[in-house]
Design a protein around this ligand. Structure first.
Ligand code: PMP
Length: 462
């Protein structure tokens, strides 16, 4: 029996017309969509007038929150002067040049060129094509496989979904495709063995990576892709020394490291780049999301000079560099990228984020003690709260219970939006949030956890 209230008119229209991404399509008709109407600061409001603290910055992206007038003004000016142009065939536009210059300045490693896309998936898809192109250019045509990790999230195009290491992105889609291999996930709480220290866990993962490379053949592997902190796989923060342990192995086999900064980039971890926080030294970088604070779609791939020079040499032999998207480097996205970075710098967003980290940490530590929380993990202003049926044994709830989505729904009823990644509630608020708003967000999360525990007991969910 459906105990949910009847759908509103707008919910009925939504159900009638929209194929919702990442949604259990079979249960949506009972609940209907939460249709968001407008937003201001860290708050969004649905069509029924309910207010929510947006605890996820939308999809980890609206770092400046909602309704930023300077962004609106920059968008308006760009739309008036040049709503569209492209970079194909040697054409150029100033907002793209300016943004590429800014990215080169901010980059954590020497970057020579920036290639623009419209999304994170396109950026990672491009990374793979460029790795192939690069190895063809330098006479190593066998070196093509990409290593990714179990629970990684790198997007949903055919290749980026193949890089992604989550079952629901593969199941039913005939993925992953060839040329992608997954190594172990650096999640100590879930994958550390009985009696194994964090340091031993890191050593085991490094050994396992080496074995994978040797099994596949080092001459067949081009690159490894990794997020500093894994976001959409459940906010997984690798243990200390993880990247320091795996990078020398990659170097030894001439496998370069692609840094996926789509979530981590632009201050989220307290530095411009997650790689700086996590001790990672990448060769190339993917960015999107907070690049424009999500005020317009934009992605970027950042490349060093030696890769670029190999492309130039290759172009001499085979002709045009045949890759590019109609909207890659769209003037609106680039103008908003320039403005977002300008605002981050003006607000000194890194200092602001760092000033909030102790509050975030204190609240997460308290949440870790909640009876249905197995682990509350965090880095900078992003966290994951993993719900378990038994705290002592780490026993998860039965998957059919869907405790994560239930908790996210209860949180919405308490005025806070989090994202359920399986049974982990992700939290990643706009970086402009104040300490008071952050405390209010965590108050609502605690209330939702209490409500979830109550529900689990009442309905005997295990
Ligand atoms: N990489 C990472 C790390 C991401 O989190 C995401 C999106 N959540 C993507 C890539 C894909 O980006 P998009 O959804 O813009 O294609």
């Amino acid at each position: 029996m459906n105990s949910n209230p009847p759908l509103t008119n707008v919910q009925a229209r939504d159900l009638d017309a929209i194929l919702h991404p990442y949604t259990p399509l079979h249960t949506l008709p009972q609940t209907g969509a939460t249709v968001i109407d407008h937003g201001k600061g860290v708050y969004v409001y649905d069509t029924q007038g309910n207010e929510y603290i947006e605890g996820m910055s939308g999809l980890w992206c609206a770092g400046l929150g909602f309704g930023n007038e300077e962004m609106v003004e920059a968008a308006t000016q760009q739309m008036r002067s040049l709503p569209y142009y492209h970079l194909f065939g040697g054409m150029g536009i100033e907002p793209a040049i300016e943004l590429a210059e800014k990215l080169k300045e901010l980059a954590p490693v020497p970057i020579s060129k920036v290639f623009f896309t419209s999304s994170g998936s396109e950026a990672n898809d491009t990374q793979v094509k460029l790795a192939w192109y690069y190895n063809n250019a330098r006479g190593k045509p066998e070196k093509k496989k990409i290593i990714s990790r179990i629970k990684a999230y790198h997007g949903v195009t055919i290749m980026s979904a193949s890089l992604t290491g989550l079952p629901y992105n593969h199941k039913g889609f005939d993925l992953p495709i060839d040329r992608v291999v997954h190594t172990e996930c650096p999640h100590y709480y879930r994958f550390g063995q009985d009696g194994e220290s964090e340091a031993d866990f890191v050593t085991r993962l490094a050994t396992s990576l080496r074995e994978l490379i040797e099994r596949e053949g080092p001459d067949t592997i081009a690159a490894m892709i990794a997020e500093p902190v894994m976001g959409a796989g459940g906010v997984i923060v690798p243990p200390k020394g993880y990247f320091e342990a795996i990078q020398p192995i990659l170097d030894e086999y001439d496998i370069y490291l692609i840094d996926d900064e789509v979530i981590n980039g632009f201050g989220r971890t307290g530095n411009w780049w997650g790689s700086e926080t996590l001790g990672m030294t990448p060769k190339t970088i993917s960015a999107a999301k907070q690049l424009t604070s999500a005020y317009a779609p934009l992605g970027a791939v950042m490349l060093p000079e030696d890769i670029y020079q190999a492309f130039v040499d290759h172009s001499r032999q085979i002709g045009t560099f045949g890759h590019g998207f109609t909207y890659g480097g769209h003037p609106l996205g680039c103008a908003l990228g320039v403005k977002a970075i300008e605002i981050y710098q003006k607000l000194d967003i890194l200092s602001h984020v760092r000033s909030l980290i102790p509050v975030f940490e204190a609240r997460m530590k308290k949440i870790a003690d909640h009876p249905i929380v197995g682990e509350a993990r965090y880095c900078g202003l992003m966290g994951g709260v993993e719900l378990v049926a038994d705290k002592a044994t780490k026993q998860p709830f039965d998957a059919s219970v869907g405790i994560g989505p239930k908790a996210a729904t209860l949180a919405r009823q308490n005025g806070a939006i989090f994202r359920a990644i399986g049974d982990t509630l992700a939290v990643c608020p706009p970086m402009i949030i104040t300490a008071e708003e952050l405390n209010a967000l965590f108050d609502r999360m605690e209330k939702a956890l209490d409500d979830t525990e109550f529900l689990a007991k009442k309905d005997n969910l295990r």
